[in-house]
Design a protein around this ligand. Structure first.
Ligand code: 5GP
Ligand code: ZN
Length: 123
């Protein structure tokens, strides 16, 4: 199985820095356990990232430690999809995991993509 553990330390993590306010981001939503912000390199007209404030390398770690957090994150994602007017035409939620999953930032994040038609299967 591919190694999905990552190696970056929390203090070097760019998403932890966004949570701490040490790196700027276009934050669109926050609560006591999640932050949502615009992706710096949008792949669709709407492209938001929803992350937990707590550092988990990926969804595997988070599911093992706090599976209900993932449900609450999905509720945030669907709420944001509604606020962005995506419910009628549809949208995509993506959670790239590990090397083969195409994960480039080792802090759990869900992508919310919308505003255009999506292809399947993904590359
Ligand atoms: P991944 O490839 O890990 O699934 O997604 C990481 C996402 O984070 C990419 O879509 C990338 O554009 C975005 N990203 C990387 N660095 C930053 C940053 O400093 N700020 C913001 N807002 N997004 C970032
Ligand atoms: Zn982090």
């Amino acid at each position: 199985m591919a190694d999905t553990s990552g190696s970056q330390k929390t203090e070097d993590c760019i998403f932890c820095k966004i949570v701490a306010g040490e790196l700027p981001a276009e934050v669109v939503y926050k609560d006591d356990e999640t932050v949502a912000f615009a992706d710096i390199n949008p792949a669709a007209p709407v492209h938001l990232l929803v992350i937990p404030r707590k550092h988990y390398t990926n969804v595997v770690e988070a599911a093992a430690d706090d599976p209900a957090l993932i449900g609450r994150m999905l509720a945030v994602l669907t709420r944001l999809a509604g606020e962005k007017g995506l419910l009628e035409d549809g949208f995509r939620i993506v959670c790239n995991t590990g090397t083969r999953g195409g994960q480039s930032v080792p802090h759990l994040h869900f992508h919310l993509l919308g505003g255009r038609s999506m292809a399947w299967p993904p590359g």
